[in-house]
Design a protein around this ligand. Structure first.
Ligand SMILES: [Zn+2]
Length: 262
């Protein structure tokens, strides 16, 4: 890279990073790569969905230019006094594998890509909340289809619920979510607590023909999480009607009915 090109690149990196920082109070290396035009948002989304093996493969320049830009970004972040914050990058797939950035898979390079830089102007509390938010695993979406005549692209089976994959719909058995139980919307406290306790969960949506959009029907969550939270809520408010009323609701869509049964 000529000194002139280097200066140009440094300017682009700085400008992009400053814009991202102003908008979201932190900057991620991915934001910089998108901002300087080496990556597009759609590609990042596909990578997030686990459809691209590693991010560097789809960055529109060579590895040495990427590494140069990332160095410029880090020196900008350090000079601004931003706080480094290692962030989890988890694929939006049922397996929830850790996303890979680099061709080499080198742990140091992976860590540099995972590190977000957070504004020192945020209070410690706000910084913590931001860290919690960006580390939250992405939500999986399960569809409750109007048409039950669909076929799983993996096993040829069917079921009440499906998850859309790139080649087509897949049954919950095949994606490893068939053991989850359904919790309908309606109880915000219960939902929030169960979600926090359930390592795996998915949002169940159904298309509303009148409103012409997908609407949340509830969550699929781990049965133990529901049991534990219900027990805790019962202990906090023994005999409360709200708690005992929940029981029959969630049996309306039993775990057994998600695969193969009419
Ligand atoms: Zn299947």
């Amino acid at each position: 890279m000529t000194p002139k090109n280097r200066t140009k690149l440094a300017d682009r990196v700085t400008k992009t990073a400053e814009t991202a920082l102003a908008a979201q109070h932190y900057v991620a290396p991915v934001d910089v790569l998108v901002g300087i035009g080496w990556l597009d948002g759609g590609t990042v989304k596909r990578w997030r969905q686990g459809q691209i093996d590693y991010l560097e493969r789809v960055v529109q320049t060579n590895l040495s230019r990427i590494s140069e830009a990332m160095k410029m970004f880090r020196s900008w972040a350090t000079s601004k006094g931003l706080y480094p914050s290692e962030t989890a990058y988890v694929a939006r797939t049922p397996q929830r594998h850790t996303l890979r950035f680099s061709k080499s898979g080198n742990p140091t390079i992976e860590r540099l890509y995972r590190t977000h830089w957070v504004s020192p102007e945020l209070s410690e509390r706000k910084r913590e909340r931001l860290t919690e938010k960006v580390n939250r695993p992405p939500e999986l979406v399960v569809i409750d289809p109007h048409n039950r005549e669909w076929t799983c692209h993996r096993c040829g089976g069917g079921g009440d619920l499906l998850i859309m994959e790139k080649p087509g719909p897949a049954c919950l058995q095949c994606v490893g979510l068939a053991d989850l139980v359904f919790l309908p919307v309606g109880d915000a406290l219960l939902t929030r607590r169960v979600k926090a306790k359930s390592a795996r969960f998915a949002v169940v949506v159904r298309f509303s023909k009148s409103r012409r959009r997908y609407e949340r029907r509830g969550l699929l969550i781990e049965a133990h999480a529901l049991t534990e939270v219900e027990r805790a809520l019962n202990a906090e408010a023994p005999g409360s009607a709200a708690v005992s009323d929940r029981e029959p609701k969630r049996t309306s869509m039993k775990r057994g009915s998600v695969h193969g049964e009419p």
